[in-house]
Design a protein around this ligand. Structure first.
Ligand code: CA
Length: 254
């Protein structure tokens, strides 16, 4: 599989939530510019150049969104979209199209695209569309960046957290783990899914890295913050559980 992996510098992310993205684009310059820009914003991104590799990547990984060019070497992007949708993939797809006719846009949306951008597009517009996709898929239509569960507050733009009104200092990766669990609540998130969010392809992942982050998060907030679901993964504590939790002396409060 031909693939350029762009490792996101999560700690440099000042633009909100980390998303795992699949870019399907055969144009080198446009692909490089897009991946550079999203990398700069701290997103985790895999870049493939044709539909076959895109299909394989989409089977292997759970992406938060797919950025899809239509004019691809092995088959039209529309066909890939049809295949993904008939395979019951509901990963949001943002089409990057050079076409501007209204009929084409209607067709795209009918085929299962969630959104589209006409090339050449402004990278800030793409980022805004991605934020909108993230809000929609997390079921949160509130445009503010605060995620709140009981006494826990997560501020995505500033990447900070508060517990019972007090700031809790988090490392970049701790923040990413907490954010992922919060955004996917009440679903259980597996260790493999967390690793996918935190690391790109080919990165060395220490076997117990996720457990270590979970351990520190529980220490900094409360043991009830994260529930271990045996054999499945982790889940953020429910609102009732967090409300009832008695916080330990706040480590790292500042
Ligand atoms: Ca193309």
């Amino acid at each position: 599989m031909i693939c350029v992996k762009v490792r996101a510098d999560i700690h440099a992310n000042r633009c909100g939530a980390v998303m795992r993205l699949l870019l399907v684009e055969d144009d080198e310059m446009l692909g490089q510019a897009t991946s550079d820009a999203l990398q700069g914003a701290g997103q985790s991104l895999d870049w493939v150049r044709n539909c076959m590799d895109a299909r394989a990547a989409a089977r292997l990984h759970e992406y938060d969104a797919i950025l899809l060019d239509l004019g691809l070497p092995d088959m039209p992007g529309e066909e890939l979209m049809k295949q993904l949708r008939s395979a019951r993939s509901n990963t949001p797809i943002i089409v990057l199209t050079a076409r501007s006719q209204v009929e084409d846009r209607v067709t795209l949306l009918d085929l299962g695209a969630d959104d589209y951008l006409v090339k050449p597009f402004d990278i800030n517009e793409l980022r805004a569309r991605l934020r909108a996709v993230k809000r929609r898929t997390s079921g949160n239509n509130d445009a503010s960046d605060v995620q709140k569960v009981g006494p826990l507050e997560l501020f995505q733009a500033s990447r900070t957290a508060r517990w019972k009104g007090r700031q809790v200092n988090l490392t970049g990766k701790e923040f990413d783990v907490l954010e992922t669990l919060l955004m996917r609540r009440p679903r259980v998130v597996s260790r493999a899914q967390l690793e996918e969010v935190l690391y790109g392809w080919g990165d060395e992942v220490e076997s117990n890295a996720i457990e270590v982050y979970i351990h520190f998060l529980r220490r900094k907030f409360t043991p009830a913050l994260i529930v271990t679901v045996r054999g499945k993964g982790y889940q953020i504590g429910s609102e009732e559980i967090l409300q009832a939790a008695v916080a330990p002396p706040p480590l790292g409060a500042g």
